[in-house]
Ligand binder design. Structure first.
Ligand code: UDP
Length: 321
C-alpha cells in the first residue's frame, strides 16, 4: 500500500507520515516547503519506504500509483495564511482538485484535512458537524476559511458524482513537537516567550477560548477516521476549553517561567470561542483525546527549548557574518 501526503513535511503532515509508515504504508510526501520544513521528515531520510518530493500541488501532479491520498497541504497559522493569502486560496482550490484527480486516477481513497475554521466565529457552542458556521467571506481569515470550505464542497462533489471514497476531518487547535516556533500561533508564541523570559502576549483581554489537542491524540483520531467508512466531516479535537489567560497560566506552570503578561490588540475576526463536540468521533471511531494540555506541553517542552536554542544560534551566526 502506498500513501501520498500533500503537505507531508508540515507539522501535522510529517506526524501523519510517521503514523502511516508505522501502519505499514510506503509514503510519498509532497511539499513545496513554503511553510513546511524538510527538517520535519529528516529522520525518515534513510527509510527506503519514504520519499519527499518538492513540488507545488497547485499544478497537476502524478507520482505513480497510490492507494491513498491525504491532502494536508496549506499554510495553517493565521500569521502564515495572511502572509501567503493567494497561495493559501490556490492550494485550497486548485490544489484540492489536483489532489482529488490524483486519487481518482488510481482509484485511491482520499482524506481531506479540514478545520474548525469552517465554523468561523461560531454562534453555536460547542460546535457540532451539522453547524454551517459564521464565516466572514472577505475578511483576513477568508483565504484559509473559504479555501477549506470550498475544498470540503469539492471533496463531497467527487464523492457524490465520481464515487470517490472520501473522508473529511475538521481539525481543532493542535500543538506539539515540530510546530514552527515563529508561526505566530498561541502555543509556540507563549512557549517561546516563557522559555526566553519575555512577556507573554495576550491578544485582546484573553477571555477568548480555544480547545487544544495534543498532536499524538489528533493523529490517532485521523488514522481511525482514515480506516473508517465515514464520508461526512468528523470533528477531531480536544473538548477541554481554555481562555487564553488560562492557557498562559498552564504555559507558565509547565515552563516554570516568571514571565509577565502583556496585552496587545485582538486581531480582526478572531473567533471568541471554539470547542468541538466529539460525539461523532466517540461513536463512529471509538476515539477521544487522552492527553491534557499540561501533559502535552510537558511532552513538547524539550522540542520548544531546542527550537529556541537553534533559532538563537542561527541569529548569532547571522550577526557574526
Ligand atoms: N493569541 C494570543 N497571543 C498570541 C497568539 C495568539 O493571545 O501570542 C490568541 C489569538 O488571538 C487567538 C488564540 O490565541 O484568540 C488562538 O490563536 P492562534 O493563532 O493560535 O490560532 P486560531 O485558533 O486563532 O487559528
Amino acid at each position: 500500500m502506498r500513501a501520498l501526503v500533500t503537505g507531508g513535511s508540515g507539522f501535522l503532515g510529517s506526524h501523519l507520515c510517521d503514523a502511516l509508515l508505522a501502519d505499514g504504508y510506503n509514503v510519498i510526501a509532497v511539499d513545496n516547503l513554503l511553510t513546511g520544513r524538510a527538517e520535519n521528515v529528516r529522520h525518515l531520510a534513510n527509510d527506503a519506504r519514504f520519499e519527499l518530493q518538492q513540488a507545488d500541488i497547485i499544478k497537476p501532479f502524478d507520482f505513480g500509483k497510490v492507494d491513498y491520498v491525504f491532502h494536508f497541504a496549506s499554510p495553517a497559522s493565521p500569521v502564515d495564511y495572511t502572509e501567503w493569502g493567494i497561495e493559501t486560496l490556490q492550494v485550497g482550490s486548485l490544489g484540492t482538485f489536483n489532489a482529488l484527480d490524483a486519487a481518482q486516477r488510481y482509484g485511491a481513497k482520499f482524506f481531506f484535512a479540514s478545520t474548525s475554521e469552517c465554523y468561523g466565529d461560531p454562534l453555536e457552542h460547542p460546535q457540532r458537524e451539522t453547524y454551517w458556521g459564521n464565516v466572514n467571506p472577505i475578511g483576513p481569515r477568508s483565504v484559509y476559511d473559504e479555501g477549506k470550505r470550498f475544498s470540503e464542497a469539492a471533496v463531497m462533489a467527487y464523492h457524490r458524482y465520481r464515487k470517490l471514497d472520501t473522508h473529511i476531518v475538521r481539525i481543532f487547535n493542535t500543538y506539539g513537537p515540530r510546530m514552527q516556533i515563529n508561526d505566530g500561533r498561541v502555543v509556540p508564541n507563549f512557549m517561546k516567550q516563557a522559555i526566553c523570559g519575555q512577556d507573554l502576549t495576550i491578544y485582546g483581554d484573553g477571555s477568548q477560548t480555544r480547545s487544544f489537542c495534543y498532536v499524538g491524540d489528533e493523529i490517532e483520531g485521523i488514522m481511525r477516521l482514515a480506516r473508517s467508512s465515514e464520508h461526512l466531516p468528523v470533528n477531531i479535537g480536544n473538548p477541554h476549553e481554555f481562555t487564553m489567560l488560562e492557557c498562559a497560566q498552564v504555559v507558565l506552570q509547565v515552563t516554570g517561567s516568571k514571565s509577565k503578561l502583556r496585552f496587545e490588540p485582538l486581531p480582526q475576526d478572531d473567533p471568541k470561542q471554539r470547542r468541538p463536540d466529539i460525539t461523532n468521533a466517540r461513536a463512529l471511531l471509538g476515539w477521544e483525546p487522552k492527553v491534557t494540555l499540561e501533559e502535552g506541553l510537558r511532552l513538547s517542552l524539550t522540542y520548544f527549548k531546542e527550537a529556541v536554542q537553534k533559532q538563537a544560534a542561527a541569529q548569532s551566526a547571522l550577526h557574526a557574518r
